[in-house]
Every structure is written in structure tokens, then in C-alpha cells.
Design a protein around this ligand. Structure first.
Ligand code: HEC
Length: 137
């Protein structure tokens, strides 16, 4: 009797393993994802890459500074306040961010409008000004 029970339960386990193996692995959505035609998936990937290339990621404050502002501010060209010079920057910082942004966007004396980064957004310029201010604290 015990042997019969044992072999019945063994058979049940065996059938269970067979049934599980017969199912493809993964959830329903993973399975349907795998079954999607490869062409559709590829087109989605290509168009995402193209969109990323067209809408360039914004530059960080440090990147804007390095590419545009450092030309003058690294060496003090034309009286530009020297990068990271705390004493030179203190009276400028005291004017407040609004005034500094107005000078940056519109230019001031020998400082050209937008610090020559005509493609920069106001946000990118603000990040660059913040980067310069942080370096001069
Ligand atoms: C062609 C040289 C030049 C470039 C490029 C340049 N600057 Fe300037 N910048 C100056 C000069 C000169 C001054 C000082 C103007 C003055 O007060 O007479 C100045 C001043 C500033 C000030 C202080 C403004 C104020 O109101 O006191 C800020 C902020 C500033 N620059 C930010 C930037 C940023 C940000 C960039 C890059 C996006 C940049 N500059 C690029 C020459 C430059």
C-alpha cells in the first residue's frame, strides 16, 4: 500500500514537472514581447536614437564654462572676473543672481551677450553662472 502511494505521488510530481516544462518561460507580456516581429522592435530603437541625436542633452554648468566662458574668465581677458578668485567675485556675487543673469544674457561692457554661447538656453547659462559662483565661494 505504501509503495503504491509512493509511486502515485511520484507520478504526480513527474506529471507536474512535465506540465511546467511545457510552458514557455516568462510572464505573458514577456512572451508576447518575444513574439513581436523583429522589424517593429528595431524601428522603435532606431527612431529613439535619432530623436536623442536631434534633441541634444543640455550642457552642464561646467561644460558651458569650459567651452565658452573660460576663454575669457580663466585668464581675466578684458577685465573678466577671474575664475575661482574669491575677492574678485565677492562684489559681483553681492549683486544677486538676477543682476548677474541679466549681465550674462545681455552682456556687460566687454562681456558679450550670452558669453558667446548663442545656442545656450537661459537655464544652461544660469548653471554656468552658478558653477562660476560656487568656485569663488
Ligand atoms: C569675450 C570674453 C568673455 C566671455 C567669453 C565671457 N565673459 Fe563673462 N565677463 C567678461 C568681462 C570682461 C566681464 C566684466 C564686465 C564688467 O563688469 O565690466 C565679465 C563678467 C561676467 C559676470 C559678472 C557680471 C556682473 O554683472 O558683474 C558674469 C556672471 C559672467 N561674466 C558670466 C559669464 C558666463 C556664464 C560666460 C560663458 C557663458 C561668460 N561670462 C563668458 C568677459 C567674458
Amino acid at each position: 500500500m505504501r509503495r503504491l502511494l509512493f509511486s502515485v505521488s511520484g507520478l504526480a510530481i513527474f506529471m507536474g514537472v512535465l506540465a511546467v516544462n511545457a510552458l514557455p518561460p516568462g510572464t505573458d507580456s514577456e512572451i508576447s514581447e518575444r513574439l513581436r516581429p523583429a522589424g517593429i522592435v528595431n524601428r522603435a530603437v532606431v527612431s529613439n536614437a535619432a530623436a536623442t541625436a536631434i534633441v541634444a542633452a543640455p550642457l552642464s554648468g561646467g561644460e558651458v564654462y569650459d567651452q565658452y566662458c573660460s576663454v575669457c574668465h580663466a585668464a581675466g581677458v578684458g577685465g573678466a572676473p577671474l575664475f575661482a578668485d574669491v575677492g574678485v567675485w565677492a562684489p559681483r556675487i553681492a549683486k544677486g543672481m538676477d543682476v548677474l543673469m541679466d549681465s550674462t544674457i545681455n552682456g556687460i561692457n566687454a562681456m558679450p551677450a550670452k558669453g558667446t554661447c548663442m545656442s545656450c538656453s537661459d537655464d544652461e547659462l544660469a548653471d554656468a553662472v552658478t558653477y562660476m559662483i560656487d568656485a569663488a565661494q
